[in-house]
Design a protein around this ligand. Structure first.
Ligand code: CMP
Length: 137
């Protein structure tokens, strides 16, 4: 089943020059295609939409500050079971429990600065793609 997902390479990934390494892992998956890609510093309003479900949580404000601390690379990836697949490549949110071989397992440091965001469901993917790439048909 072909799907689309929204991926963000977070400011720590850009600062640590891990963009190429992470994109290579995504491109290596047979049948996945990058449909849109942009380097962008996110405005507060965009982050508020993207992280609407986390408003009020203790990590919300530090997360907003971190996500505004430098540019991110936003991309849309299309392919077979790509929603589940990119999340598997990323590993769990907490880098300590992420297995070696996953992006967070190999490069992660702390839970907030965990290098990559990937949509967690078809509904989230649709919602998030509209936020970052409203022009994508
Ligand atoms: P992500 O899954 O992309 O979206 C929510 C983000 O909030 C998550 O990545 C982390 O960057 C951050 N986050 C989630 N839980 C915590 C936590 N317990 N402490 C700090 N940051 C968190």
């Amino acid at each position: 089943m072909s799907q689309r997902t929204l991926v963000l390479l977070k400011p720590d990934a850009v600062k640590r020059r891990l963009v190429g390494e992470i994109l290579r892992r995504i491109e290596n998956k047979a049948g996945w295609t990058i449909e849109a890609l942009e380097l962008r510093t996110l405005e507060r309003e965009v982050l508020e939409q993207h992280y609407a479900e986390h408003v009020g949580k203790p990590f919300y404000e530090p997360l907003m500050t971190f996500m505004s601390s430098g540019p991110v690379v936003a991309l849309v990836v299309e392919g077979e079971r790509v929603i589940e697949g990119v999340r598997a490549l990323a590993g769990p949110t907490d880098p300590i429990s992420a297995a070696p071989g996953s992006i967070r397992g190999d490069f992660g440091t702390i839970t907030r600065e965990n290098l990559i965001h990937a949509s967690d469901s078809e509904e989230s993917a649709q919602r998030e793609i509209k936020i970052f790439f409203p022009g994508l048909a």
